[in-house]
Design a protein around this ligand. Sequence first.
Ligand code: SER
Length: 321
Amino acid sequence: MKKILVTGAAGQIGSELTMALREKYGNENVIATGHIKEPDETLHNSGPFHFIDCTKINTVAAIVKKYRVDTIYHLAALLSAVAEKDPQLAWDVNMIGLYNVLETARTYKCSVFTPSSIGAFGPGTPLDHTPQDTTQRPNTMYGVTKVAGELLCDYYFKRFKVDTRGVRYPGIISYKTLPGGGTTDYAVEIYYEAIKHKKYTSFINRGTYLDLMYMPDAITAAIDLMEANPDKLQHRNAFNVSAMSVAPENIADEIRKIIPEFTLDYKVDPLRQAIADSWPNNMDDSAARQEWGWEPEYNLESMTKDMIEKLSQKLGKEIKT
Ligand code: SER
């Protein structure tokens, strides 16, 4: 049986990935860790949870040693907008944290999943059908750490045979835990505000297309890639994966099919708009499809229906879907 460590387990992806891994591999075999944020009750009560600091290698190594961990899902990271506000902290968390995880994995022979992002692209990248292998010259600290992270993971595979794998996640939409300060957060907020107030003011402008994905698909991507036959993997770090390419007005149109009174207006945030403008409109994820069978289940329509249904239950508002 696998022994898995999840870092960033109280975050947007971590909180749901940990529970999916516990269901698949057994509660006691998945060790959840966080830094500052308290885990929710379900996460806390369903299996081991520890506070660690990934920028301190001893705290990572101690858990790996204690539980004889063989697989690490390393999710602890700062997202794009907060990283741009505190680039020095972003470097420490995103780079030193990853380096410490890789060094620990080298010592204790663990495999490692690390998410990269659409943020690993930037000026000079073809923004439509962004190829798997193309120019990566991002101009944000988040992007710099993501590209450097992809390279570092490749290096640890080639040089030390650490089984590193990763995907370039698009904006992830979910109703359980909020994202922590990314550019694509508007695409989560829009659903909360549609249910609570039937209106939303978007900080990303109309016509700005970005790749998005519903959380169940993001979780499938991580687990399927880690389960994939290594002989078939040409790329490893990191695969383009997408489920839909949408602009704010497309989400609004879909929401209106369920909440007809919903209105969308715009108050553009220049920082996050500039970041969004430098990212792909839509990525070509054929390498992931070919090499390990990636295929998303949700599109904009099915995601919107499920989001509104689950979120209205959570917020205690009755909305017929
Ligand atoms: N959702 C992330 C962000 O906006 C993209 O990887 O920062």
